[in-house]
Design a binder for this molecule. Structure first.
Ligand SMILES: Cc1ncc(COP(=O)(O)O)c(C=O)c1O
Length: 384
């Protein structure tokens, strides 16, 4: 399949399937739910969300059964089974804000493994309900770790659960290299769909999809500009840890899967700015998502306005809008969290180094630092 669509209305055939097609079967018929993963479309996002005549391509990973992490969940489980790290029927235990949990529930059903998901009180009720429906067990930590926040608290609980379930296996999405390699097909799909890509805009949480997609795309397009999108209060690119409302992207630990050498620039986005963009996108383009989609689309919109008009920009949208109905798209919830008080600026603030100051609104930096090693890989240009 090579599915790129210019408008939400151009992807469906008004005539519907021909009678002969109904008799012989359809190309969308699959034997396993695993085959529903991948081959997601790209949608053109233009005006009025962007400036007239400008726009970018959104890779709609929300079209996977659970979201972008279906890809890595299946891949990590399959590789672990091949290596014998995960034995037949063995339990899968993992820390997740939800998206990987949905993918692991799918992988568990496909390959016959019970799944335990460790999360925190921020998990959306819709995701918790779906995980339960898919047969996963949910453990919720109640207190954040004093330094490593909710993520570290979740990972500590995973360790406790592994100790009491002999034969249980943890994919460890933050550090498992399989979680990077799992995204090669996404990059190949983008190449087939767009032909040429000049700029990639990706959110960063565990670092898996940014590293996996960017490293493959660079082989095709050596001059590719890679723009990472993080949240204010996340430590990934060298800012101080602070409480974060946004989930999915951002981190309070230092995941080894983040490849700092791949990024040309990073943007930190605040929660209200992501909400504004996710809502504007929904109103103008129907396709939307939550925190990471809002943040990525805000940055891609800015790049579309400021890069040369012929630059082809691909932005990865990790999931769809449904799970955010009671947060990003809920007026009362947003008002209670002061997320509807300001419209984002047209351009980010800029700092020369992540250590320059703590950022609290949309800000960019072209010096990309790996805070875990203390080394500064310098600009991505120098690292290549
Ligand atoms: C909705 C959403 N967006 C973005 C991300 C960040 O992706 P990655 O972990 O590949 O860096 C995640 C990760 O869980 C996510 O769930």
């Amino acid at each position: 399949m090579n599915s790129s669509v210019l408008s939400p209305s151009t992807s469906s055939s008004p005539a519907g399937p021909a009678p002969a097609q109904l008799l012989v079967g359809s190309p969308g018929r699959v034997l396993s739910p695993a085959a529903l993963v991948g081959d997601t479309p790209v949608l053109w996002v233009g005006a009025p969300f962007t400036a007239p005549g400008r726009g970018f391509w959104a890779k709609l990973e929300g079209r996977n059964p659970g979201g972008i992490k279906d890809r890595t969940a299946l891949y990590m489980v399959e590789r672990a089974r091949e290596r014998g790290d995960l034995l037949p029927g063995g339990r899968i235990v993992e820390s997740t804000s939800g998206t990987l949990g949905l993918g692991l529930a799918l992988a568990g059903i496909v390959h016959g493994h019970p799944v335990t998901v460790v999360t925190d009180p921020g998990m959306e009720p819709l995701v918790a309900g779906l995980l339960t429906a898919y047969g996963a067990e949910i453990h919720t930590v109640r207190v954040p770790h004093p330094v490593g926040g909710w993520q570290q608290a979740r990972r500590d609980r995973v360790r406790e659960l592994l100790a009491v379930h002999p034969g249980a296996w943890c994919p460890d999405q933050y550090h498992n290299p399989d979680s990077v390699h799992a995204y090669a097909p996404l990059a190949y799909e983008l190449v087939a769909q767009l032909g040429r890509i000049d700029t990639l805009v990706v959110s960063v949480g565990t670092g898996g999809h940014s590293a996996g997609v960017a490293s493959v795309l660079r082989q095709f397009f050596p001059a590719l500009k890679v723009v990472g999108v993080d949240t204010c209060g996340s430590t990934i690119f060298g800012q101080q840890a602070a409480p974060r409302l946004m989930r999915g992207l951002g981190s309070s630990i230092h995941p080894r899967n983040v490849d700092h050498t791949l990024f040309d620039e990073v943007h930190w986005v605040a929660a209200d700015e992501a909400v504004w963009a996710a809502r504007a996108l929904a109103r103008s383009r129907y396709a939307s998502g939550g925190w990471s989609v809002g943040a990525v689309s805000l940055v891609a919109r800015h790049l579309a306005a400021t890069l040369p008009a012929e630059a082809r920009i691909a932005a990865v949208f990790p999931d769809g809008p449904h799970r955010y109905a009671q947060t990003v798209f809920d007026d009362a919830w947003c008002r209670a969290h002061h997320l509807l008080d300001r419209t984002p600026a047209d351009a980010p603030d800029e700092i020369a180094h992540p250590g320059e100051r703590t950022v609290e609104r949309w800000t960019t930096c072209r010096t990309v630092v790996d805070p875990a090693t203390g080394t500064d890989p310098g600009t991505a240009e120098a690292a290549r």
